[in-house]
Design a protein around this ligand. Structure first.
Ligand SMILES: Nc1ncnc2c1ncn2[C@@H]1O[C@H](COP(=O)(O)OP(=O)(O)O)[C@@H](O)[C@H]1O
Ligand SMILES: [Mg+2]
Length: 336
């Protein structure tokens, strides 16, 4: 990743509160996660006592010199929510004072949103309050598409087939190539239909793949926005209790892994006020508070930014963005 130091839209002075610890919350088995390590280093360097859930004692996060303590707790992301809440409460007890929760995946962000009372009251954890149902809707590709339609935000045309027959009917009229994604962030771990964003070139290709998707295919079939006519943009920001951005950064993703469909491998900071306005307007409309990481694809054919992905939590590549005063989008989590 590279690029100049970003300018954030606001110039809010901040002072890290070094008495309040941060806890990286992750569910699922992905030990080589650079985003979590980035947050531990960024916040740890500010003097904030950092803690993390880790798969074992030897992950990069667990080994960071900036980590005060790793809580070894291997999870799959498919556990009963009550068990996960209990585990978090136990960790909170061991930390011994109120800590800010920093989720690094959808499972964690949704769990926190849906158990705010237990985590705030019994766990004394700190986190931005949000409509309990909103993060689950945002993390769902179908939920996000419906919110975009409701609020007039451009997004690629999409179909949500409920059966194999639906797919056969859809395939007769569909334009190829198209893109298949897992509809819900959550089936991704338990029974994923596709490994990730998958480009499908032909009708036959779609029908062959769909035979493995079972009676109730958990996929979204999306219009393909051609690479030759598109740019991938990212937005990282923090929104306060009134859904006003305190920090907002925009950038362009130029490489990903797997190629053309995956995580950011190379990106640049590019100031884009039009995109920042679009993101701020949408988030105000839906009333979200907290850290966000958005993926949008600019379609040169109609000049629109199409919202693809809304991660209601810190993005793994957040270290790309830092302003003159050392703000990153994760910093407000622990600032006063
Ligand atoms: N409809 C599409 N047309 C073309 N490329 C797409 C489309 N949807 C996603 N992509 C590419 O795949 C990447 C990952 O897609 P995204 O919707 O963000 O899924 P994920 O939840 O896996 O991050 C995007 O950043 C973009 O590069
Ligand atoms: Mg994405």
């Amino acid at each position: 990743m590279g690029g100049p130091v970003a300018r954030s839209t606001g110039s809010v002075p901040f002072d890290a509160d070094r008495d309040v610890p941060g806890l990286i919350v992750k569910f699922g088995d992905y030990p080589l996660h650079h985003g979590g390590v980035g947050a531990i280093r960024s916040l740890g360097r500010l003097g904030i006592p950092m803690y993390a859930m880790t798969e074992d004692r030897y992950t990069p996060a667990a080994a960071s010199r900036y980590l005060r303590r790793a809580f070894v707790w291997p999870t799959t992301g498919t556990e009963e929510p009550e068990r996960l809440v209990e585990g978090l409460l136990r960790i909170g007890h061991l930390i011994g004072r109120p800590a800010v929760l920093i989720p690094t995946d959808e499972e964690a962000a949704v769990l926190i949103a849906e158990h705010q009372e237990a985590l705030a009251d019994r766990g004394r954890f700190l986190f931005p309050r949000v409509d309990a149902k909103l993060p689950r809707r945002l993390a769902s590709k179908q939920g996000l598409h419906e919110l975009c339609v409701e609020h007039g935000i451009p997004s690629p045309a999409a179909a949500f087939p409920q059966s194999y027959d639906d797919i056969v009917r859809f395939a007769e009229k569909a334009r190829f190539p198209l893109v298949a994604k897992n509809r819900e962030a959550f089936v991704r771990r338990s029974r994923p239909a596709v490994n990730g964003t998958t480009r499908i070139a032909t009708r036959e290709g779609l029908l062959t793949l769909a035979r493995d998707w079972g009676d109730h295919p958990g996929v979204i079939l999306q219009e393909y926005l051609p690479r030759e006519e598109a740019e991938d943009w990212i937005v990282h920001a923090y929104f306060d209790a009134d859904s006003t951005p305190l920090a907002m950064f925009t950038g362009v993703k130029v490489r990903s892994w797997p190629p053309h469909a995956g995580m950011t491998a190379n990106a640049y900071v590019v100031d884009n006020p039009e995109l920042a306005d679009l993101a701020a307007r949408f988030i105000k409309q839906i009333g979200f508070s907290g850290v966000i990481d958005l993926d949008l694809r600019f379609d040169r054919r109609d000049g629109q930014y199409k919202l693809l992905d809304f991660n209601p939590r810190m993005g793994a590549q957040f270290r790309l963005f830092e302003n003159e005063s050392g703000w990153t989008s994760s910093a407000p989590c622990t600032s006063t």
